[in-house]
Write a protein that binds this ligand. Sequence first.
Ligand code: CDP
Ligand code: CDP
Length: 217
Amino acid sequence: MNNLVIAIDGPSGAGKSTIAKLIAKKLNIVYIDTGAMYRALTYKLLMNKIDFSDLSKIKKVLRQTHIDFKNNHIYLDEAIVDDEIRTNIINKNVSNVAKIKDVRLKLVEIQREIAKNKSVIMDGRDIASHVLPNADFKFYLSATPEERGKRRYKELTKNNNNISLEDVIKDMKERDKIDSTREISPLIKTEDAVEIDTTNKSIDEVVDFIISYVKRR
Ligand code: CDP
Ligand code: CDP
């Protein structure tokens, strides 16, 4: 049987990773969270106090960085960094790392390598347009900025982060702007992608829609 390849793109908080994870489980395929990879690299650059404009240092870090997924955990140089990459400080910095050309070249290479010869569902910003342009199915998830902001706020305040809903929405809009206007592989909805507005939909409704869409074809 041929491998099944599903691409999911969309802005922050649209529900991509939650939905992709559930679909991967139901269809018994591999889930690849590309955003987590940009987050892990951002974490490493911040920990090492590397200036994002210092390209030679960034290239050196890229040569010495290993990012992988094992048993539903993200590994950065052999350490699990699941929690470290989900903080507000990473949210604020990640898009400025993700717009660097050398960063994208390296991470896209790893993403394609992980997806090779497997059935996968991969989520991100440039999956349908650039990473896996020949994917069998492409979905673009969207929701209003207010709804996306509320969802992210709920997650961030679980750990008692000292932050307001207004700030979360503001940061999210800023990140969306950088992601969709950057020069290399910006966030776009490709013509062949099916758009799903998740604003008033439950997680299960979106999962069921995608699964029945995939099974129909
Ligand atoms: O979870 P959330 O949607 O907020 O973000 P994410 O998917 O974890 O992605 C974090 C950031 O990584 C995005 O805001 C983009 O700047 C970058 N990213 C990207 O440039 N390309 C991808 N394929 C995935 C993420
Ligand atoms: O990956 P992305 O940034 O697109 O979104 P996510 O991290 O999967 O979802 C952000 C939050 O919204 C999570 O806490 C989900 O449980 C929630 N969510 C929701 O309430 N309703 C949906 N239809 C989708 C996600």
